[in-house]
Design a protein around this ligand. Structure first.
Ligand code: ADP
Ligand code: MG
Ligand code: MG
Length: 247
């Protein structure tokens, strides 16, 4: 059973066709990265997969039609890290990661010792033990990205949706964050569906890539078959440079 199955996904927003019949399959444990120029529909696709946009009948997660999942069930299956997550003013790293437990905590504000233990464990795994009390807004881009991942992990989901997780980072930190995601994928058996605009390191971390342009899949396959000069120069307006030798 695929972790993600998208069949003929059409999305219209504000009267415009944003996705025009997208098909996508992600196997359990696989890492698939969706690339494409600005405005191609990458974020929209991720939002539809994550249930943040209605996609009647087009999306199944681990064999269950997405529309049939209730909120709590969905939270056990899928965790989304948005392109620019809202960072609540004044919130500490610990409290932010604890928000990942929200679907499990009832009533809110009455978290159990088990929930707190999950947060401690996740912060430890992501090398954030010294950061519990730090205000989120004071962290560097790379540290903040680790905290976003920590919150997603605290949720305990098996499918990680990452919308441009490296867009705000320099190349060293890009590699660090992607390395961490890859490590978590292997140790936790996670499935990863990511989007990336910057292609400099994207190919090193994906099992497969999907090139989206104008709301359609124009290429899909192993990174070296998608990151070709021909495809990229045809679909990216600006010139993109791919680090040579890695693909
Ligand atoms: P990408 O992530 O590939 O840059 P997006 O999925 O964010 O692309 O957007 C794809 C297109 O859909 C863009 O042209 C964008 O302006 C448009 N779009 C996104 N959200 C909305 C919305 N809520 N209403 C109208 N148009 C939207
Ligand atoms: Mg964009
Ligand atoms: Mg986007």
């Amino acid at each position: 059973v695929p972790a993600v199955q998208v069949r003929g996904l059409h999305v219209r927003l504000g009267g415009a066709v944003i996705l025009a019949g997208v098909d996508l399959t992600v196997a359990p444990g696989e890492w698939v990265t969706v690339i494409g120029p600005n405005g191609a529909g990458k974020s929209t696709l991720l939002r539809a997969v994550g249930g943040l946009l209605p996609a009647p009948g087009a999306v199944s997660l681990f064999g269950t039609p997405s529309g049939a999942l209730r909120r709590r069930e969905r939270a056990r299956v899928v965790a989304t890290v948005a392109q620019s997550p809202v960072v609540p003013a004044g919130m500490s790293v610990f409290d932010y990661v604890l928000l990942g437990r929200t679907p499990y905590i009832a009533p809110l504000g009455r978290e159990s010792a088990a929930d707190l233990a999950v947060v401690h464990d996740v912060l430890d795994r992501l090398d954030l033990t010294g950061f519990h009390g730090r205000e989120l807004a004071t962290l560097s881009g790379g540290e903040r990205q680790r905290v976003f991942l920590a919150r997603a992990l605290a949720q305990g989901a098996t499918l990680l949706l990452l919308d441009e997780p490296t867009s705000a980072l320099d190349i060293g930190h890009q590699q660090e964050v992607l390395e961490l995601v890859d490590q978590l994928r292997r140790t936790h058996g996670l499935t990863v569906l990511a989007t990336m605009h910057d292609l400099s390191v994207a190919g090193e971390y994906a099992d497969r890539m999907v090139l989206l342009a104008d709301g359609r899949v124009v290429a899909a396959g192993p990174p070296d078959q998608v990151l070709t000069e021909e495809l990229l120069s045809r679909h990216y307006r600006a010139r993109v440079r791919v680090v040579p030798g890695d693909h």
